[in-house]
Design a protein around this ligand. Sequence first.
Ligand code: ADP
Ligand code: MG
Length: 331
Amino acid sequence: MRPFFFVFLIFGSQFLLAQDTSLVAQKKILQLMGSRFELTAVATTKQEAWDAINAGIKEIERIELLISSWDENSQTSEINRKAGISSVPVDKELYDLIYRTKKVSQLTEGAFDISFASMDRIWKFDGSMKQMPDGEIIKKAKAKINWQDIILDSEKQTVFLKNKGMRIGFGAIGKGYAANRAKELMRNRKGVKGGVVNASGDLITWGVSNKEEGWVVSITNPKDKEVALGWLQINGLSVVTSGDYERFVEFAGKRYAHIIDPRTGYPTTGIKSVTLICPDAELADALATAVFVLGKEKGLALVNQLKQTDCLIVTDEDEILPSNNLQLNYF
Ligand code: ADP
Ligand code: MG
């Protein structure tokens, strides 16, 4: 739940009546990858819509098995176990995903870094942490964060974490990747004309919507969630919000988000939420996290320099900062 800054799809009860009356829209809500997913398909027949939704669900379940660092049997866990010991042969899919995460690390000067995960055992955002972790412990764990020490061998298709105690985790990109993949599968099913894959507010749309105005999301005011700030047209786009209000810790009145700044080993401060809009859900997910780490100035500068990419930042002081080309519509 993101009570401060909420992005949601506008569709009411009439949703089941597609705008083109020959089309039907069906929706399934379920728990996947520890999040609430909503899969919607607009198709020629009800059956086709359900076939697509079921294919999407299977795909997300499959991806979860590949990238989970909690499941001991996943290839990701094997990579972590072999840190500092040996390289691990992996599926091309996982190899390619890790390759792309390194590209994002490069683009964001290390703000996004899947090797943040050596911090997993130090910072806990489930309410169990009662005091600030010891500075020395943080320093030690921080020394293990470095995307450049994730060594890829394209010929052998292996991944090697160079140092003992290094770990990787896909918390900041997994939902986006899964949404992309589910969308691709659903889109290619017979009779499917459009849809949405929505992972707890991180979503991607394609094709036709049930509404005249197409796919739109409403952006609520962080100061008053009853009040909408405006709305965005998101046909064929992905919208991802980073900043899970329920996952943070507070020490001496200071709020620490569950996103780790790889440069310091401490959680980020200053930003409450980042909504990132671009055509690709995986990139949107990763960039939303990166902007969090980079902070408002550098974060906006990065987004303003990327094509077809926009964002809206809400700071701890409730400043609302849009990127240059954000097309926020008012009512
Ligand atoms: P949310 O959970 O609010 O959707 P994100 O998509 O930004 O937010 O994901 C946050 C998760 O990303 C954290 O819980 C953690 O698993 C992981 N993470 C934390 N810091 C980083 C970082 N600097 N780079 C990459 N992943 C991170
Ligand atoms: Mg993210």
